[in-house]
Ligand binder design. Structure first.
Ligand code: ZN
Length: 132
């Protein structure tokens, strides 16, 4: 079952500038940085209520974020939903005709297992399922 929004991922090209904006101008609690070398990403995590905001900066020219920024520029990249059973949800959604980017969950930020749904199947919103 999909329970709540876990985080919103935002593609950025200048992480330090954006961290300053979210922390100092907006005044949102900064939680820290995380490196995800497998995904070619450096992530800045903010906490607001029960939702995280993840600023995603590419550290590799062929990361998904580098390609996204090249095509569409900076901005909201994806919405992530929490589930207790990511694989079960992926199987259920595949059966419902949803196209999956990830057939099985993979390691993501914050020790989560994550999997993406293809925006072709979700009315152009890139969606992620994540499980603690
Ligand atoms: Zn995410």
């Amino acid at each position: 079952m999909i329970r709540k929004i876990d985080h919103i991922g935002i593609a950025v090209s200048d992480l330090d500038a954006q961290v300053g904006f979210y922390r100092d101008v907006l005044g949102i609690e900064f939680h820290g940085f995380e490196e995800l070398p497998d995904r070619g990403l450096k992530v800045a995590v903010f906490l607001i209520g029960n939702v995280r905001i993840e600023l995603l900066q590419s550290t590799s020219p062929d990361s998904a974020i580098a390609k996204y920024i090249e095509k569409k520029g900076e901005g909201i990249h994806h919405i992530a939903f929490c589930t207790d059973n990511a694989q079960g949800e992926l199987d259920r959604l595949r059966q419902a005709g949803v196209q999956l980017i990830d057939e099985t969950p993979k390691p993501g930020a914050d020790g989560m297992q994550v999997a993406f749904l293809h925006p072709k199947s979700t009315f152009k919103v890139l969606m992620e399922l994540c499980q603690k």
